[in-house]
Design a protein around this ligand. Structure first.
Ligand code: GLV
Ligand code: MN
Ligand code: MN
Length: 419
């Protein structure tokens, strides 16, 4: 499949400059950024990207959950060919996770503007609120609300890990917009993202044509035991919340190793109280992140963990309460969009392979309402959610060119005979 403008390419230097400029907001040691969702640094990042959108004369709409969508009109009206991603980060964020997709989308539009090309349909680039879910769970919150997966009112009431409330924080940073949620379904959605894993680099492949996203299950546990003296309490009389938490940590690790395949399991947060050397922990809070590409295997992992936790509570004489923070089934992308990404990458002379995504993405939400796909580029050493996150500049530019040509093909699949 080719596009009407097969030789058009993005301006790589401009893209790389913008990545640097955005990474300079909320800088952290090691070259990454910290822009947790709806913080002052997130606002500063948003303001910068919105300024760039405004400079291009785009129609900018901010909705009730703070998603920002900027649209350039096409020859005909109707829904846009859309791209986007997120600009919030985890606390130890790299420079590319999310940012690449948004800035490459902006670059696609600036390239069209610079070449004076009128697309058939409108073209849009958006950034979605709180994709990371690190501060406010679930992850992909903005895109979930955008597609009607959760009601706006419910999302606005979510309380973060620091006690802040989504609605209050949106008001505070000036991004509680007036446009309705759910938002309008695009004609198609395609998102460029770094792989955040080791596969493309290990295989020596430049472009991933992403076939779907694995299922995600997040649970927060609170363990209530009994704080007591570390020196005087015999081992058989303890109700040790720290021990119970540690048992969950090791169990989920063993569970994933035992299951093998694509099952992964992580305890990323763990707090003990009172957190003192000579006091048995009375309370522990922790999170478990389980993921699998296969829904039935993921359910099996959840059931195994639930049974383990119930037995553990009895054995240690503690109370363990779990509540779900996020639960999304595996998503398969549209075969036509995946093929378009694949064929576009080949046409541009890049090595390409089909692959599932291990990370969650806004695209998995958009897939509920329109034909959707993603483009991956390699991550050095497979490192992400870490300031050391790195992608070769040539790969960043290659990914943005594949995004441009894919969007042009989705805009107008067949070249016009008269042209
Ligand atoms: C989002 O980045 C996730 O996959 O956790
Ligand atoms: Mn991301
Ligand atoms: Mn991320």
């Amino acid at each position: 499949m080719t596009s009407r403008f097969p030789d058009l390419r993005i301006d790589g230097d401009r893209l790389l400059r913008r990545i640097d400029d955005l990474a300079a907001i909320g800088p952290i040691d090691g070259g990454g950024s910290c822009r947790l969702a709806l913080t002052d640094d997130d606002r500063a990042g948003r303001d910068l990207v919105v300024t760039w959108m405004r400079d291009l004369g785009l129609d900018i709409r901010i909705d009730g959950i703070g998603n920002v969508v900027a649209t350039r009109p096409g020859r005909t009206g109707g829904p846009p060919v859309m791209t986007g991603s997120h600009i919030d980060t985890v606390r130890t964020g790299g420079r590319y996770d999310g940012n690449l997709g948004v800035l490459a989308g902006l670059e696609v539009i600036e390239t069209l503007v610079g070449a004076g090309i009128e697309t058939e349909h409108p073209v849009a680039v958006g950034f979605f609120t709180d994709e990371e879910g690190s501060r406010f769970a679930p992850d992909m919150l903005g895109s979930l609300v955008y597609v009607g997966g959760v009601a706006l009112e419910e999302a606005l009431d979510i309380v973060g890990i620091d006690g802040a409330v989504v609605g209050d924080e949106l008001e505070r940073i000036g991004y509680r917009g007036i446009h309705p949620c759910p938002g309008p379904a695009p004609r198609a959605y395609v998102e460029l993202h770094i792989e955040q894993g080791p596969v493309l680099e290990a295989d020596g492949v430049t472009i991933g044509a992403v076939t779907g996203v694995q299922g995600i299950s997040w649970t927060a546990y609170t363990v209530d035991g009994q704080a007591n003296h570390a020196g005087t309490t015999p081992m058989d009389l303890r109700h040790d919340a720290g021990y119970a938490a540690a048992a969950i940590v090791t169990h989920v690790r063993d569970l994933a190793v035992r299951m093998g395949g694509r099952q992964v399991a992580t305890v990323g947060r763990l707090d003990l109280h009172p957190d003192l050397v000579n006091v048995i922990a009375g309370t522990a809070t922790l999170t478990v992140d389980l993921r699998n590409t296969d829904e039935s295997l993921l359910r099996g992992a959840e059931a195994d963990l639930a049974a383990f936790v119930a037995d553990l509570a009895i054995a240690e004489g503690v109370r363990i309460d779990g509540h779900s923070l996020a639960r999304f089934e595996p998503v398969e992308f549209d075969a036509g969009v995946v093929d378009t990404v694949f064929e576009t990458a080949e046409r541009l002379g890049h090595s390409v392979s089909r692959m599932p995504s291990g990370a969650g993405h806004d695209a998995q939400m958009l897939a509920r309402v329109c034909p959707t796909g993603m483009v991956f580029v390699p991550s050095r050493d497979g490192i992400s959610h870490n300031p050391a996150e790195h992608t070769d500049p040539a790969d960043l530019v290659a990914g943005a060119d594949v995004l441009l040509q894919t969007m042009l093909s989705l805009d107008y699949p067949e070249p016009r005979e008269a042209e």
